[in-house]
Each structure stands twice: as C-alpha cells, then as structure tokens.
Design a protein around this ligand. Structure first.
Ligand code: GDP
Length: 419
C-alpha cells in the first residue's frame, strides 16, 4: 500500500480500514518524516516512524531494513504509545535498518542553509544524510548498537570526517564521540527486545498463511528514482522497493493498493502542474485541513491530476485505488480533473519523460458537475450524490485502475466500499 501522489494521501486511514484482516504491518522506507494521523477509539494520534498497525493488538508492526531510524525518536514514540495504554511489545525492528546519527541532523541543517533559495525544504530530521551514508557504505546500522566495540570503531572513522566538514566547511563546533556512544548505547538497551530478523519473521508468517501489509510512506512522486527529482525523498516509496526492504519475494504479492486523495497536495518545493494559487486552492487547504503532520507546514493544493495517477498506476503496478477525502470537494459548482498536460506545444497524456517538460506542464482540464451536499454522513457508496459518484467513476476510468474504496471522513465507518 502506497501513496500515488506527493504523500499525505491518508495512508493511515487506509491501513486502519485494512487492519482487521492483517497480521503484520510493515513500514518499508523513510524515517521519522512520515507523519500518519490516525484516529483510533476517538483519539487523534500522530505517528512519525512506527507503523500505524501498532494500534491493533493482533498486529505485529515491523520496521524493515529500508528505513533510517532515529533511536531517540523511536523510543519517544514508544513511550507516547505506552502512556496511551497501547502495547508496543509487538514492534519488531530490523537490525539492518540504518541509524540516524546526531551529525546527520547537524549536517542537514547547515547544508539546507548553505543551499539558500535552492534549499529542498527537507524535514531536517537527518534522513537524507543518513541515506547518503548508507549508499556511501559508511552508515551505522541498528545491529551495530549491540557490539559496542564495533560501534565505537565505526563511529570514530565516520565522525572524523563529519567533524572536519562541520568545523572547516560550515564553521560549526565538532561533535564529541563519547557523548554519542553514551546516548546510543543507552538506546540500545531499550531497543534490544525489539530487534529481530524481520525478513525471517515475515517469511514464517507468510508460510503460516498470515497476511502482511507493506506500508509505504510519502508518495510515488517523491520517490528517489520515480519522483520529481531532486524534489523527492531520499528513499523509494514505490511498490518494487517494498519487497527489497522487507526481504519478501514478488510472488507473495496479491494486491498493490494505491492511495489517492480526491485532489492533490504537495509540501515543499518542486513542480506541481495542477496547483491552485487562488481561492480554490485556499478552500481545499481549509476544508481538507492541509497542514503537515510532521512539520505543520501548509500544503500546496490543487485539482486531481489523472496524468500522475496513470503514472503511479504504471510504475507501481497498482491493482486498485483507495480514494480519500472526497468530502473535501463538496460545495463547488464544478470540479476539475487534469487529463493531460500541454508543454512546448505538445500534449502529454503520459507523465513527461523529461523534467523540464514537467516544470512547464500546463494542465488540460475536464470539468465535471460538482455537488452541494456534505458527504461525511454517507455510510455507503450509494448514499453519495450522483455527481460525486460520477466523479469517482471518472477518476477510476482515467486512471484505468478500479477504485475499491472511497473515504469521506477520518473515521473508520467513513470508508465506503465501491460496488
Ligand atoms: P498520510 O500520511 O498519508 O496518512 O496522510 P496524513 O495523515 O498526513 O493526512 C491524512 C489526514 O486526513 C488525517 O488527518 C486524516 O484523519 C484525514 N483524513 C483521512 N481520510 C479522510 C477523508 O476521507 N476525509 C477527511 N476529511 N479527512 C480524512
């Protein structure tokens, strides 16, 4: 299950809908930059790192190899959940996941500042630098926490270089290794009972006929390879990566569920063809409460974009769509859907292969009849006004993927299966 747009599609809501039938919920990429909002038992919970499966006593939640984990944040989230009476003993963390270290946070802060107006608008949680070190093969992993000698040895090598960059390039103070060792080995003691061979755990589960949900963070257009590079996240939300990270083979996959919002939002910089700067955009932001869970930033808003949805369907091999926040569109005379782009005198029905074209893309809209009624009271698809049903059907047609569920509010009973 993954986002088909630029994230914040309401993936937490979709996990909630599927949770009853799941035995494992696995996060497969990113770090504490995800920010699911989940409403459970009337409580609003914000989870940045731990999969939202943790809210269900029958589910084992897994943090897979492909994440970068800030252990301080992980423990804080575990404490918050425990205070709320939620049992976190079923959280399993892969020993292969990478650690976010204090120098990652420090370096991200100074490099974003250095980039000035070209800054990426990152969440400044050290996630990008931690992935960079992973690729450079100088990352420290969760399993290193359990061999203090190796941990110190690896840290000394890396920190020497990081401190040179911090002091000589950015004119900052160096970080002391002793402090880091003390903090991190402290975290290790608390994390130890949760660290597991998560690929084996999932394989055992699958062999026993259990259901596994692999949950992506961010969205397809923020994918490091398939997104609008460089305005992307530093990992791969696309479906293919879910398997690499979880350590599960492709033949185990039955369904690939794409989550799409009934309009589009984006946080941070980068191209966004259907963005509405005027009152329509403000209305979507206000009605949809489009303010980031992790950062509090106001999200950029615009009309539904079928071009990016078709692209997401293709690169992820979607088998179905879960459409969220349809209720936000109520009260508009007409609703618009982007069906193609115009750029440099050409029409693109497919996502343009060159970045410059996407930057210049002008949306080509189809206008559909809007609906006045609020939808939050609907309890079945047939309760929706005809115009809203027609809108949903049209999106499914344009995406060429069946829409299986439509959501009209944050609560579980507001997820309506589409007949
Ligand atoms: P995620 O990271 O993809 O889970 O997305 P966010 O948590 O950032 O955004 C989802 C927000 O929208 C949460 O506050 C949800 O409670 C809310 N939400 C989810 N589905 C719906 C819906 O169908 N209608 C409305 N109005 N809100 C929804």
């Amino acid at each position: 299950m993954l986002g088909t747009q630029w994230g914040d599609e309401g993936k937490g809501k979709a996990v909630d809908y599927l949770a009853d039938r799941m035995d494992f919920v696995v996060r497969y990429q990113g770090g504490n930059n995800a920010g699911h909002t989940v409403v459970a038992q009337g409580r609003v919970l914000k989870l940045h790192l731990i999969p939202s499966g943790i809210l269900y006593p029958h589910i084992t939640s897994v943090i897979a190899d492909g994440l970068v984990v800030d252990p301080r944040v992980l423990l804080e989230e575990m404490d918050t959940l425990t205070e709320l009476g939620i049992d976190v003993s079923r959280l399993a963390v892969s020993g292969n996941a990478h650690l976010i270290m204090p120098y990652h946070l420090e370096l991200e802060k100074v490099t974003e500042r250095f980039l000035g107006k070209n800054a990426l608008g990152t969440t400044k949680r050290g996630i990008g630098p931690a992935y960079a070190d992973k690729a450079a093969r100088i990352g420290l992993r969760v399993q290193d926490l359990f061999d203090p000698g190796i941990f110190r040895e690896k840290l000394d090598v890396v920190l020497k270089e990081k401190n040179l960059v911090l002091t000589k390039v950015y004119n900052r103070l160096p970080l002391a290794p002793e402090r880091i060792v003390e903090d991190y080995l402290g975290y290790a003691e608390r994390l130890r009972p949760h660290v597991a061979d998560t690929s084996k755990l999932l394989d055992d589960g699958l062999r026993a006929g259990k259901n596994v949900l692999l949950e992506g963070a961010q969205g397809t257009l923020l994918d490091l390879d398939k997104g609008t590079y460089p305005f992307v996240t530093s990992s791969n939300p696309v479906a293919g990566y879910a398997l690499a990270s979880a350590g599960v083979g492709p033949k185990e996959v039955d369904r690939v569920i794409g989550i799409a919002k009934a309009y589009v939002t984006r946080v941070g910089a980068g191209p966004f063809p259907t963005e509405e700067h005027g009152p329509d955009g403000d209305r979507l932001a206000e009605r949809g409460q489009e303010f980031g869970t992790t950062t509090g930033r106001k999200r950029r808003c615009g009309w539904f974009d079928a071009v990016i949805l078709r692209y997401a369907a293709r690169v992820n091999g979607l088998t179905e769509l879960f459409l969220t926040k349809l209720d936000v569109l109520s009260g508009s005379e007409t609703v618009k859907v982007c069906t193609a782009y115009r750029a440099e005198g050409e029409t693109f029905e497919d996502f343009p292969p060159h970045q410059s074209l996407f930057h210049r893309a002008e949306p080509f809209y189809e206008e559909l009849e809007g609906w006045r009624d609020e939808l939050d009271g609907a309890r079945s698809f047939d309760d929706l006004p005809a115009a809203a049903r027609a809108y949903v059907r049209r999106l499914g047609e344009l995406a060429d993927v069946p829409i299986s569920v439509v959501s009209v509010g944050p609560a579980r009973e507001q997820s309506l299966p589409v007949p």
